[in-house]
Design a protein around this ligand. Structure first.
Ligand code: SF4
Length: 82
């Protein structure tokens, strides 16, 4: 099991582009203006992707910290909720 998960509550994205600017290897902007977490899957009310490396965790934490509406979460794998 992967050590961490990235969660994104995409329906609350305000399309600022910060995550894609900071961490383009994980985040891209969709044609509709919202951010997409690459290779993520929809689970209940959010998208998520598992990661293992501390580097990936740190990079995505930077994106999470920059998100003005705080809808990106980097969590231990067993924690699922916002
Ligand atoms: S930083 Fe947050 S609000 Fe801005 S594009 Fe990314 S997910 Fe959306």
């Amino acid at each position: 099991m992967a050590k961490y998960k990235i969660l994104q509550f995409r329906n609350e994205c305000i399309s600022c582009g910060a995550c894609a600017a900071i961490c383009p290897e994980f985040w891209i902007m969709d044609d509709d203006g919202t951010a997409i977490l690459k290779e993520s899957v929809l689970v209940d009310d959010h998208y998520e992707r598992e990661i293992n490396s501390e580097d990936d965790k740190a990079r995505n934490q930077e994106a999470a910290d920059a998100c003005p509406v705080q809808i990106i979460k980097v969590v231990a794998n067993e924690i699922k909720k916002k």
